[in-house]
Design a protein around this ligand. Structure first.
Ligand code: ADQ
Length: 464
C-alpha cells in the first residue's frame, strides 16, 4: 500500500469565496493541483497550506470554512496581514522570485523580514509535525518554503522528506547576493530528495553546494549531509495532457475556435500570468517589428494576448502592468485600421473553455519568457492540438526548451530575431508544421504530470 502523503505548499489548492458573510470552499482546477490531487486522494493524505485571506468572516462562517477544509483533507495555515506582507509579498515575491529569475535589478534597496520568512516556515513545519504519523511521506513545494525541510528534520529526524523547486535555481553568482544564502541551502538540504525542473538548475545548485560548503555530489547526484545521504534529481513537470486533449475536442471549445478565427486572418496567441519574467513587452515589440519589416502581414495577422492579473500588491507588478498597457496602446495606435486591431489585449483570467479554444485557434503560440522554471502554457498548447496543427515559438530560457526541441526556439531578448521566427512560423510549410507538432505532442503526452509526481514519489518511497 502507498504510504500516506503529506503535501506542503504555500497555497492550498482551494478557492474560498465569501458572499454576504457566507463562505464556500472549492477545489481549484489546473496547474499543480491536477497532478498532486491523485496521489493526495489515493494515499488518503493531507495537504498543508494557506487557504488565502478569510477576512470578512464571522466566527460561525470561519468554523464552517474549517469544516469544509477538513473534509477536503487540507490543513489550513492562517497568515496574518503582516505575514502576508512580509513573508509572501516581500521575501517570497519581491526578493526570492526576482533573484531566482536573474533579476537582481528588481530587488528593493533594503531587505528586511527574513525573520518573518523563518517564523512562517516554522509554522508550516509545526503543522506538519502535529499531523505526522510514522511511515508518512512528506513532500514540500517551492521557493516560499525553502527552510521547511530542515525545520521538519529538526522536529521529525526520521521523516522521509521530498522537496521540489518549481522555479529556476539561479547561477550561484546571483544566488550569493542573498545574505541568507547558507541558511536557504541548508533548509533545502533537510530533505532526502531534492528535485529541479532542468539539468541546468541542478547544476547551479551543485555549484552552490560546492562553493558554500565544499561539498561535491557523486555521479548519481547524492550528497552526504548531516549523517544522511541527500539525493538531487531532475524532474521536469508536465501537464495533464490526456485531459487537455479530451477537453479540446468538446463542441463548446470547437464552436469558440470558429468564432475566434476570422477568415483570411492568422492568429498569434500569448497566455501568461502578468509577470515581468514572462517577456510580454519584448513579445509585443517583436509583433510590432513583424508588422514593420513584413508589412504584408498588416490586416492579416493579430495577436490575442491574455494576461492574468497577478501579485498586484507588489510594486514591480504594478509597473509591468502600466508598461504593457502603454505598449499595447502605442502599437495599436500606430497600426490599427477601422476594421483591424493588431493586438487584442485581455487583462483578466479566462474560463478554461476559452483558454482551450485559444490554444486550438492559434496558428502560432508565443511563449517567450525571459526566464521560466518550466512553463506549462507551452505544454498545454501542444496537448490541446489534437489536430496536430499550430506552431510553438518558445524561449530558449524556459525550462521547457530542454525537452521541446521541435518548437521554434528564440532568444526573447533579441526582438528582431523573434520577429523573424514569428514570420518563419507563419510561413512554415504544412508538412513540416505537422511533423513538429506530432513530435511535441508525443513528448508532452508521455511526460505528463502524473508521470512527474509518480517518479518523484516512487524515488522518495524507495529511498526509505
Ligand atoms: P507560473 O509562473 O504560474 O508557474 P506556468 O507554468 O506558465 O507559470 O503556469 C501558468 C498556469 O496558469 C497554466 O496552467 C495556465 O493554464 C494557467 N493560466 C494562465 N493563463 C490563464 C488564464 N488566462 N486563465 C486561466 N488559466 C490560466 C510556476 C513556474 C513555472 C512552472 C510552474 C509549475 O514559474 O515555470 O512551470 O510553476 O511548476
Amino acid at each position: 500500500m502507498d504510504p500516506r502523503l503529506i503535501l506542503v505548499s504555500n497555497r492550498l489548492p482551494v478557492t474560498v469565496r465569501v458572499k454576504d458573510g457566507r463562505a464556500t470552499v472549492r477545489q481549484s482546477v489546473g496547474g499543480l493541483s491536477s497532478g498532486l490531487r491523485a496521489p493526495h486522494e489515493r494515499s488518503g493524505g493531507l495537504w498543508v497550506g494557506w487557504p488565502g485571506g478569510l477576512d470578512g468572516l464571522d466566527q460561525d462562517a470561519r468554523r464552517d470554512v474549517d469544516r469544509q477544509l477538513e473534509k477536503l483533507r487540507t490543513v489550513p495555515i492562517q497568515l496574518d496581514a503582516l505575514e502576508v506582507a512580509v513573508f509572501y509579498e516581500r521575501i517570497s515575491n519581491a526578493v526570492l522570485w526576482p533573484i531566482c529569475h536573474d533579476r537582481i535589478d528588481r530587488l528593493p534597496l533594503r531587505v528586511d523580514g527574513w525573520d518573518v520568512y523563518e517564523s512562517v516556515n516554522a509554522r508550516y513545519a509545526d503543522a506538519v509535525a502535529e499531523h505526522y504519523r510514522p511511515g508518512d511521506v512528506i513532500w514540500v513545494h517551492d521557493y516560499q518554503l525553502l527552510r521547511v525541510p530542515a525545520l521538519l528534520r529538526q522536529r521529525i529526524p526520521e521523516a522521509r522528506i521530498g522537496f521540489f523547486l518549481h522555479i529556476p535555481f539561479p547561477n550561484p553568482e546571483i544566488f550569493f547576493t542573498l545574505p541568507t544564502r547558507h541558511s536557504l541551502v541548508e533548509g533545502v538540504m533537510g530533505a532526502d530528495l531534492v528535485g529541479f525542473q532542468t539539468r541546468r538548475f541542478l547544476g547551479h545548485f551543485r555549484a552552490a553546494l560546492r562553493r558554500l560548503f565544499s561539498l561535491e555530489a557523486s555521479v548519481e547526484s547524492v550528497v552526504p549531509w548531516g549523517g544522511r545521504q541527500v539525493r538531487l534529481g531532475v524532474f521536469p513537470i508536465g501537464v495533464d495532457a490526456a485531459d487537455f486533449s479530451r477537453r479540446a475536442e468538446t463542441s463548446a471549445v470547437k464552436a469558440k475556435v470558429v468564432e475566434y478565427r476570422a477568415p483570411g486572418q492568422r492568429l498569434l496567441v500569448g497566455v501568461d500570468r502578468l509577470d515581468y519574467t514572462k517577456g510580454i513587452p519584448r513579445r509585443l515589440l517583436a509583433v510590432e517589428r513583424l508588422l514593420t519589416v513584413h508589412p504584408e502581414w498588416r490586416e492579416r495577422v493579430r495577436l490575442i494576448q491574455v494576461a492574468v492579473p497577478s501579485r498586484d500588491r507588489v510594486d514591480a507588478y504594478r509597473r509591468i502592468r502600466r508598461e504593457v498597457d502603454a505598449l499595447v496602446g502605442r502599437i495599436n495606435g500606430a497600426f490599427a485600421t477601422p476594421t483591424w486591431t493588431p493586438i487584442h489585449y485581455i487583462y483578466r483570467s479566462v474560463p478554461s473553455d476559452v483558454l482551450l479554444a485559444l490554444y486550438r485557434a492559434a496558428d502560432v503560440m508565443l511563449v517567450t519568457p525571459l526566464r521560466d522554471g518550466m512553463n506549462l502554457v507551452a505544454k498545454e498548447f501542444a496537448a490541446s492540438r489534437v489536430d496536430e496543427e499550430g506552431v510553438l515559438v518558445l524561449s530558449e530560457f524556459a525550462g521547457a526548451a530542454e525537452e521541446l526541441p521541435d518548437a521554434l526556439l528564440v532568444n526573447p531578448y533579441d526582438v528582431d530575431g523573434t520577429a523573424e521566427e514569428i514570420h518563419r512560423a507563419l510561413t512554415m510549410e504544412g508538412a513540416v508544421r505537422q511533423r513538429r507538432m506530432r513530435a511535441l505532442r508525443a513528448t508532452v503526452l508521455e511526460h505528463d504530470v502524473h508521470r512527474w509526481s509518480t517518479s518523484i514519489l516512487d524515488m522518495l518511497v524507495a529511498g526509505a
